[in-house]
Design a protein around this ligand. Structure first.
Ligand code: SAM
Length: 183
């Protein structure tokens, strides 16, 4: 089955978890991976889906064994394990990284749809990520909406500053990439 069919089929089953009808486009995936460098020791990707962004991360030259993925959907995890042997795929919510993951992450790349989530869930995900990241490391978040994908309360709670990419129109729907760091 193609990635597109798998993705759309899972979207129909779990629309509130997946929140997009198609995988991220290549231009957006490249922008998501822009800050990853081959010498990084550990990178986590959360909400990996069928692996479009994962492929862009590995195309930077990062060795697969330095990439850990967290994905809720078991069917997507099967696809990720087939596509990226060597990478570590956890069929777990991103918040669980504090229990099973590597500390000292150089970056967290997030395809998890944070914008529609309540503050408590945003906080659990972002808090877990920053607990596992090196000081100053980037938390890179895709979004489709006009507002920052983390609420003002969550940004204030974790003392986050951000930059954002121009809107990427070659994506369904058009996307933007935010980079959050702790002040
Ligand atoms: C919009 S899709 C993005 C998929 C992929 N990154 C892409 O760009 O095509 C969101 C993904 O996040 C996953 N997801 C949602 N909540 C999650 C969580 N708390 N932890 C890990 N994955 C989650 C969904 O199962 C889905 O695969």
């Amino acid at each position: 089955m193609s990635d597109l069919s798998l993705f759309f089929g899972q979207f129909l089953r779990r629309p509130s978890e997946i929140r997009a009808i198609a995988p991220t486009g290549r231009a957006t995936a490249r922008e998501m991976a822009r800050l990853v460098t081959p010498d990084m020791q550990a990178v986590a990707e959360i909400g990996s889906g069928t692996g479009t962004i994962s492929a862009a991360i590995l195309n930077t030259g990062l060795p697969p064994e330095r990439l850990e993925m967290y994905e809720l959907n078991a069917a997507f995890c099967g696809r990720l394990r087939d596509r990226f042997p060597g990478a570590v795929v956890h069929n777990l919510p991103a918040q669980e990284m504090v229990n099973v993951g590597r500390a000292g992450l150089d970056a967290v790349i997030s395809g998890v749809p944070t914008l529609p989530m309540p503050d408590e869930l945003q906080s659990a995900i972002v808090g877990a990520a920053f607990q596992m990241m090196k000081p100053g490391a980037p938390f890179v978040q895709i979004t489709y909406g006009p507002a920052p994908p983390l609420s003002e309360a969550v940004r204030r709670k974790f003392a986050l500053s951000h930059t954002k990419s121009p809107r990427i129109w070659a994506n369904l729907p058009p996307a933007q990439v935010y980079v959050f760091r702790q002040l």
